[in-house]
Write a protein that binds this ligand. Sequence first.
Ligand code: COA
Ligand code: AMP
Length: 637
Amino acid sequence: MGRYAEIYRRSLEDPEGFWAEQAGKIDWEKRWDRVLDDSNPPFYRWFRGGVLNTCWNAVDRHVERGRGDQPALIYDSAMTGEIRRITYRELQRQVALFAGVLKKYGVEKGDRVIIYMPMVPEAIVAMLACARIGAIHSVVFGGFASSELATRIDDAKPKLVVSASCGLEPGKVVAYKPLLDGAIAMARHRPERCIVLQRPQLRAELDPARDVEWHDAHEGAQPADCVPVQATDPLYILYTSGTTGQPKGIVRDNGGHAVALYWTMKNIYNVNPGEVYWAASDIGWVVGHSYIVYGPLLHGNTTVVYEGKPVGTPDAGAFWRVISQHDVRVLFTAPTAFRAIKREDPNGEYMKKYDLSGFRALFLAGERCDPDTLLWAQEKLGVPVIDHWWQTETGWAICANPLGIETLPVKPGSPSVPMPGYDVRVFDEEGRELPPKALGAIVVRLPLPPGTLPTLWNADERFVQSYLSRYPGWYLTGDAGYRDEDGYLFIMTRIDDVINVAGHRLSTGAMEEVIAAHPDVAECAVIGVADELKGELPLAFVVLKAGVTRDPEEIRRELVQRVRETIGPVAAFRLVAIVKRLPKTRSGKILRGTMKKIADSTPWKMPATIDDPAILDEITEALRELGYAKTPSRVDA
Ligand code: COA
Ligand code: AMP
């Protein structure tokens, strides 16, 4: 048996022994009473009774043990050209001080703080400062619009919001403050205070009754110490798309999270403390939480905080510049970033301009990785390229190729094998396990390992109903796929309405809600269609109300604008097909799956339950006009 197989088997046979051993890598103020509290299924808690502080483990202890002068963060803005190295000692100083600022404004243990910021070091300081005093942060991605932010404000009920005047996107400055003001105006809950970092590119107007500038806020604040918290206390809430417009507040605890993330740094990513690790993502996503902030810092690595894109800032060599300049050993990003690079620089000319000799491995996640992209990266970079699969809910990889344990053979198209604690199976509709190669719902046996979601914020029932009720005793991942004879998983599609646009998780249901609210729209259906660059793009089929005679192009523009303003530019919503009817089953269910197959030219059969098959001809025609459904793919005609 290989080392991986042995470790994996042990983690399933003796989970408590396995994780208790890993927990030894974390500093505890008080050891746990129980490794796994399984007294209240389907709710499970890891390290019940343990007391620790995540910020201490991510920052202070490294200063105490000789890493004070090592850079903790390297901030590299391809947008402004600024590079700032912040040592562990300096990070400790800034975080302790900002924790003091939060306290000065009345933030206490258990209070929520929303962080709506671009990729600047202050955002990470704010996150760690919350962890330091036991406040619960909820970071909201900058590409979301006001109403998405408002929903999160109403759900998390933050005492305080930390924001910035602007974000920098290629060719434009995105004003954050008006979006924040708009969100607060929309929300029922009123945060008491907003701390706003003024960036030199754009100054925000502050409301003296509520807003205070980041530096001004520091006046008179005293550095604050780490506050002991329960292992089971929440560290953060991160909202993610679910099956409705109402996002789910994924809760992350302190103890299990620290233990699991620490384990992944060496065993999956194969980096050693002191080395530079870079996740090219955004702190607004789970990848940013786990692998820009907490994972590398818990492990004593140097983490790169990159403000920029893979292409256009200034060119397709941006990633190679950062890798060589900062001595990055391991890079983690989304396949879409590599598709963008490959499109601009198919021969990898830019790679040749930089010294990449210290670079060891590339990890990809966030969306399905097409084998072409993986093979291209592997060939051009000459290092292992590892696809791994995970979700906001799990916080770390469900399946991966654990390079720090042993390098398993890479199978393009597969994120490899289950990680410790994840007993992954493929089920049919009735909950029977399927044989190799058969496609079904991917589930994981309860309890999930440490670091995964214990529940949804203030919504235990929704947690059970969304994830645990379909197959009692099992966690429903929402992904469908199969495993092969060697136990490698292949993640093929979602079983709900989640789509992945450039590695960003979005709900088509949420877009349908926005589109259906347009006064001219009778009904609509949004599907994700395959896209060469972004993986998927949303496409809306829209049926107009009887008697609407306005210019369809004008309506299309309004719909695009509505989605942009309500959900955000990150939805990349541009494709609208105005049709006379939607294809439905006789019981009135819209046949989204069939429309998607027609659009992507993948094999489809006429659904036996379809109400009127002729509608699909009209759908096909509309798709062709938008450049989809290029090849007829019906297989039962
Ligand atoms: N704040 C404000 N707006 C933002 C934003 C932010 N943090 N991030 C993105 N946006 C906006 C963009 O400006 C763009 O707006 P536009 O419609 O006005 O052009 C829109 O949201 C879509 O952005 P993006 O998804 O970045 O697409 P793009 O076409 O600008 O770039 C890629 C394409 C492939 C280069 C880009 O998607 C990318 O770098 N992906 C990397 C993957 C990644 O980080 N995934 C995260 C999970 S690991
Ligand atoms: P998020 O919660 O935003 O990280 O999105 C999680 C979802 O992205 C998963 O449920 C999958 O649908 C998809 N996903 C993430 N990583 C992969 C991967 N390596 N292969 C296929 N799909 C992935």
